[in-house]
Design a protein around this ligand. Structure first.
Ligand SMILES: Cc1cc2nc3c(=O)[nH]c(=O)nc-3n(C[C@H](O)[C@H](O)[C@H](O)COP(=O)(O)O)c2cc1C
Length: 339
């Protein structure tokens, strides 16, 4: 089980995870036409499990067929272990989910020794991005330097957009000077591609932040992280979450993430985007692709239904076959904006 959720009391309306028949240890060939290429990396399909909702892979091996998806972004990794935010850490509302897990993770030493080998050994064809978090500017590069000689991961994803911490997180992504320093120091620490994950709370400043990240050495962008939000418990007149506010994910985030993807892809058409926020069907994924995304993250939907990522892959293949699409690149960025 996802360590976030093991540590966090889950509201009982979240559907339980189900077992799938034992996944094949052999990577399956890319089912055409879904194979995509981003930053020099081949993904068998564009579906990537979103950071924080997939642990480090091994936690999901019995509930998701990890050979059916394109990739996985790990739970955040920080220099030192983090206990994270107090309970409750997750809650539901009509538009999706709100969480303040607080980037709980065992820290880079433990992640290196106990967590990162699994995907390489068992699901070598599924691409692993390591999600990195820092609470001081130099900590992003420190984590990367500690993990960079390990095989099996194809890229880093810098989380400069977490709304649920008292320091670091969103404040790096919203301050151009700090963002530039975080990305350029990470760039100096690795030759692997760097994805920079930005917040939808940047609003009209998002394109400028994306440009800053790319100018500082980012190869790709992940759009978007959760949106800051608040759910009030009207019985207690307190906050639903132990941290107070949290990050909104799930269906309410879909149009926000699609707009962010569209705006950034228009401004920087050659920069690959992993679009995420609220994807729970192939049609949702297609919205992101038409808006310009190359990869598609799936988070909350797979917490509700662990079969969702595989179903999205299947339905995307069907959609392409039905519409005579032999390569998703034919669909990418084809959104027609009203004149
Ligand atoms: C429980 C939970 C934990 C998360 N932890 C992280 C994290 O560690 N690092 C990160 O970059 N994003 C984290 N996120 C954000 C997701 O990766 C994703 O950006 C967001 O949930 C929107 O996608 P979704 O609507 O498909 O869930 C987390 C989200 C959830 C729901």
């Amino acid at each position: 089980m996802n360590p976030d959720l093991r540590a966090a009391p889950i509201t009982d309306t979240l559907a339980p995870r189900v077992r799938v028949s034992s996944p094949s240890p052999v990577a399956v060939a890319a089912p055409r036409p879904l194979g995509v290429h981003a930053c020099g990396i081949d993904f068998r399909n564009p579906i990537v499990l979103a950071s924080g909702t997939a642990g480090y892979g091994h936690e999901l091996s019995e509930v998701i067929d990890l050979d059916a998806i394109g990739g996985l972004s790990s739970k955040a990794v920080s220099v030192t272990p983090r206990k994270g935010a107090p309970a409750l850490r997750v809650g539901e509302f009509a538009g999706g989910m709100i969480n303040a897990v607080g980037l709980a993770n065992p820290g880079m030493h433990e992640v290196r020794t106990s967590h990162l080998g699994y995907m390489t050994q068992h699901h070598a064809g599924t691409r692993v991005l390591i999600n990195v978090i820092g609470f001081a500017i130099n900590e992003f590069a420190q984590v990367i330097e500690h993990l960079n000689d390990l095989p099996g991961h194809v890229a880093y994803e810098l989380n400069v957009s977490c709304p649920n911490t008292k320091a670091g997180g969103l404040e790096f992504g919203s301050d151009p000077a700090a963002l530039r320093e975080v990305v350029s120091s990470a760039r100096a620490a690795t030759q692997r591609p760097l994805f920079v994950k930005l917040s939808p709370a940047l609003g009209s400043g998002l394109v400028a932040a994306a440009q800053t990240a790319v100018d500082a050495g980012a190869d790709a962008l992940t759009l978007v992280n959760t949106m800051p939000g608040l759910v009030v418990d009207t019985q207690t007149r307190g906050t639903r979450l132990g941290f107070g506010s949290g990050g909104v994910s799930g269906p309410a985030l879909l149009p926000i993430g699609v707009l962010a993807t569209w705006r950034v892809s228009r401004a920087m058409p050659s920069v690959p985007i992993c679009g995420l926020g609220g994807v729970s069907s192939a049609v949702d994924a297609l919205q992101y692709i038409m808006a310009g995304a190359t990869l598609i993250g799936v988070g909350t939907a797979s917490l509700r239904d662990p079969r969702a990522p595989e179903r999205i892959v299947r339905d995307l293949t069907r959609w392409c076959n039905k519409h005579g699409v032999s390569d998703l690149a034919e669909v990418r960025g084809t959104l027609q904006w009203p004149q």
